[in-house]
Design a protein around this ligand. Structure first.
Ligand SMILES: NC(=O)c1ccc[n+]([C@@H]2O[C@H](COP(=O)([O-])OP(=O)(O)OC[C@H]3O[C@@H](n4cnc5c(N)ncnc54)[C@H](O)[C@@H]3O)[C@@H](O)[C@H]2O)c1
Length: 318
């Protein structure tokens, strides 16, 4: 049985990945860790340790104490926050992945590191962006994501560390709030649609980006880690996607459930600039071919499920 450490476990992905891993591998075999302290609502059905991912000593102690053989490294600073605090983003994103890889090398752990569509940039082909293509991102977040991908490749070919990963698009979830990314509007819009039947979006109405519902994101992480590595041609940074839409199109889909819903726009130039530098859609053929990646949720299914789960959470009836 695998013993797993999850860094950044209290974030948007960790809030759902940790319970999914505990269900699969047993609660005691999945150690959640974060620099923050869990609130009473966090999953407490298993061990939690405080780990700052930029401290090799703290990582080393957690891996030794729990005899860890797989690390899901989720701790990071996301795109919009990284643009406000580029120095912190560099320290956490680069320092974190480097130290996780060092500890994985020493303890022979496998490592999952998520990359992002943010690893692409304005000179990347923007439509059906290929798996292997130009990567010259213009944001600090993107710079750290490309460098992270390369470092994972390096630790694999140089030291034989079993590194794997995917490039996530914007992720949507009703469980934990997003952590300061460029696609956070996709979560906010559902809360505001249910509470006030209106939403002011910080991206322009025609900003087209790929997205994924969190249950599929969790399947992607576990799927790429569980596949027999001999069938992988790529390892790190598989393009994965599930759906593609603009804020206007998402608003129209929400209106099929909440007819009075209206959307208006107050564009934030920083986040719009980041979004405009990212692909409008990515090609995930390699993930589909090499390890059978298949998403379950499209826009209609995700919208239905989000509203179904948020209504009771926000105590909204009807
Ligand atoms: N959410 C998305 O839409 C998305 C899309 C593409 C890629 N990703 C990637 O997935 C990973 C996880 O994203 P998320 O959405 O869960 O992020 P998040 O911001 O919701 O969570 C990150 C977690 O890391 C923790 N953290 C921050 N600094 C830390 C440190 N020094 N040591 C330990 N923990 C620290 C935070 O407390 C937080 O709980 C990141 O690498 C991110 O770049 C996310």
């Amino acid at each position: 049985m695998q013993r797993i450490l999850v860094t950044g476990a209290l974030g948007q992905i960790g809030a759902e990945l940790v319970p999914a891993l505990r269900e699969r591998y047993g609660p005691d075999n999945v150690v959640a860790s974060d620099i923050r302290t869990p609130s009473h609502t966090a999953d407490s059905n298993g061990p939690f340790v405080h780990v700052d991912c930029t401290s090799q000593e703290q990582l080393h102690r957690a891996v030794t104490r729990f005899d860890v053989d797989v690390v899901y490294h989720l701790a990071a600073v996301l795109s919009a926050v990284a643009e406000q605090k580029p120095d912190v983003a560099w320290d956490v994103n680069m320092g974190g992945v480097y130290r996780v890889l060092q500890v994985a090398r020493e303890h022979r752990c496998a490592v999952f590191v998520p990359s992002s569509i943010g690893a692409f940039g304005p000179t990347t082909p923007p439509d059906r962006t290929p798996q292997d293509t130009i990567q010259r991102p213009s944001s600090m977040y993107g710079v750290t994501k490309v460098a992270g991908e390369l470092l994972c490749d390096y630790y694999h070919h140089r030291f034989g560390v079993d590194t794997r990963g995917v490039r996530y698009p914007g992720l949507v979830s009703y469980v934990a709030p997003p952590g300061g990314g460029t696609t956070d509007y996709v979560v906010e819009i559902f809360y505001e649609a249910l509470r006030h039947q209106r939403y002011t979006c910080f991206l322009a109405g025609d900003t087209r980006l790929d997205m994924m519902y969190m249950p599929d994101a969790i399947e992607a992480a576990i799927g790429v880690m569980e596949v027999d590595a001999t069938q992988l041609e790529h390892r790190n940074a598989f393009n994965v996607t599930a759906m593609n839409f603009t804020p206007d199109e998402l608003a129209a889909e929400i209106r099929t459930h909440i007819p009075d819903f209206t959307i208006s726009y107050e564009v934030d130039p920083v986040r719009q600039g980041i979004a405009d530098s990212w692909p409008r859609s990515i090609d995930d053929t390699a993930a589909r071919k090499e390890w059978g990646w298949t998403p379950r949720f499209d826009l209609a299914a995700m919208t239905r499920d989000m509203l179904e789960h948020l209504r009771p959470k926000l105590q909204i009836t009807g």
